[in-house]
Design a protein around this ligand. Structure first.
Ligand SMILES: [Zn+2]
Length: 141
């Protein structure tokens, strides 16, 4: 399954950049994403998210749950806003070790407003990277 267009970058462009990043991470040239900048997750799948694929080293570390929700925000704005409020208040989804598991948890839970058992962090982060993102499809670049 190919990637879709995002922020004006075609799926093909995005896939090329992702392949390059995977090579950089595998070789150790660039640090592999390790701590979700939004919810603080350090276990399971941590992705590198790009807003601008012309600057491939500008990736932001996001856990797969935050990352999937982020990419669903245009179609599921209400669920997205609830999710990021919850993250800002200190909630953290359980670590997802398989992408399919994350998609399943989202499909059956988060998008329907039913959150899986997670962790309440001692300190709420307040505004996070997620709050910088618009729910309208207007490209940032
Ligand atoms: Zn996260």
């Amino acid at each position: 399954m190919g990637l879709s267009t995002y922020n004006g970058f075609s799926g093909r462009q995005r896939e090329q950049v992702q392949r390059w990043l995977n090579e950089q991470w595998d070789s150790g040239e660039l640090p592999r994403p390790s701590v979700c900048v939004a919810c603080g997750q350090i276990e399971g799948i941590i992705d590198g998210h790009l807003e601008n694929y012309d600057e491939p080293t500008s990736y932001v570390d996001l856990c797969v749950t935050c990352h999937l929700l982020l990419h669903m925000r245009f179609r599921r704005a209400a669920a997205w806003l609830r999710y990021r409020e919850r993250v800002a208040a200190g909630w953290q989804a359980p670590p997802m070790h398989r992408r399919g598991q994350a998609i399943g948890e989202l499909a059956k839970g988060i998008l329907a407003g039913k959150y899986p058992a997670g962790v309440q962090r001692a300190a709420a982060p307040g505004k996070t990277f997620l709050d910088q993102l618009s729910t309208t499809a207007a490209p940032l670049w």
